[in-house]
Design a protein around this ligand. Structure first.
Ligand code: NAP
Length: 280
């Protein structure tokens, strides 16, 4: 069996064309250009790269970005003040606070200070709660990107057993709620889960969000499963041992080029939506 490649890069590119047209139409209607404010605190090179990639994606669709950079010594209060300033700025339609922030900062308090209508990365407790209850809210970008990828490739979720490995606030937990809302039967696994492999063996859909290279073994995954790998590690491997699976699963995300491009794409997609709502 040849597996379906869940090509996030291709889907993101196609969506960018649609988003460019929407941004152009918005400007022609007299609306303002959607603006995403990105906040980078500290000098972590990986975070700097992610923020740069997000700013570049804004430019590709005709949006603008405001890049805020703050030193590693930033306090919670200073970051909260900056977020408030961006909340109050009517020209800013979305705010991205790059995770993780330096450890002296109360990241949760800072995420939650982002105004709901500007929470285009889907990181606030309020947004999470609303999403979980099926109310309108922007989804957390990585899991929402995964949902858009599954939808884009017509992957059936209803009644399927989805196993999510990882329960972080920005990935595993919202992922599980989104799959549940799509009528999958969901198992969430984490570091204290016993007999992890026995849960994974039951998965029709497996989401790897552990943060450890090839931690989830190919032999734990059943034939015909849909394999979603959120991880990306040096050497171009993810959280799942993908190599042996490519001939016997139904579908899988490549690493890189699967989940990553959809995360950025979802951030941009939700920022354009926020810009449109401001003009409507
Ligand atoms: P995280 O905050 O470190 O969370 C890791 C999760 O894995 C935790 O819930 C942890 O359980 C669980 N875990 C750790 N060891 C385990 C074990 N032995 N067995 C079962 N579960 C275990 O990481 P994250 O931010 O969610 O990221 C997860 C992965 O996704 C990483 O590879 C990251 O690079 C990737 N990621 C990708 C994107 C993208 O855009 N492509 C975005 C974000 C993250 P506990 O809760 O019990 O500690």
């Amino acid at each position: 069996m040849s597996a379906l490649l869940l090509d996030g890069k291709a889907l993101a590119k196609k969506t960018e064309e649609e988003l460019s047209a929407r941004v152009k139409a918005l400007k022609e209607r007299g609306g303002s250009t959607p603006i995403l404010a990105t906040i980078l605190v500290g000098d972590d090179p990986a975070s700097a790269t992610y923020v740069k990639m997000k700013g570049n994606a804004c430019e590709r669709v005709g949006m603008e970005s405001i890049r805020v950079e703050m030193p590693s010594s930033t306090t919670t209060e200073e970051l909260l003040n900056k977020i408030q300033e961006l909340n109050d700025n009517p020209n800013v339609h979305g705010i991205l606070l790059q995770h993780p922030v330096p450890e002296q900062i109360d990241e949760r308090a800072c995420f939650d200070a982002i105004e709901l209508s500007k929470d285009v990365d889907g990181v606030t407790c309020l947004g999470f709660g609303r999403m979980a209850m099926g109310e309108e809210a922007y989804g957390c970008a990585t899991p929402k990107g995964i949902m858009r990828l599954l939808e884009g490739f017509d992957i059936e979720l209803q009644g399927k057993h989805a196993v999510v490995v990882g329960r972080s606030p920005i990935l595993g937990k919202p992922m599980a709620m989104m799959l549940l809302n799509a009528n999958a039967t969901v198992t969430i696994c984490h570091s204290r889960t016993q007999n992890l492999d026995s849960h994974i063996r039951q998965a029709d859909i497996i989401v790897g969000a552990v943060g450890k290279p090839e931690f989830i073994k190919a032999e734990w995954i059943k034939d015909g499963a849909v394999v979603i790998d959120a991880g990306y590690h040096p050497g171009g491997v993810g959280d799942i041992e993908l190599g042996p699976l490519k001939d016997r699963v139904a579908a899988y995300t490549p690493v890189p080029g699967g989940v990553g491009p959809m995360t950025i794409n979802t951030l941009i997609y939700q920022s354009v939506d926020s810009g449109e709502k401001k003009t409507a």
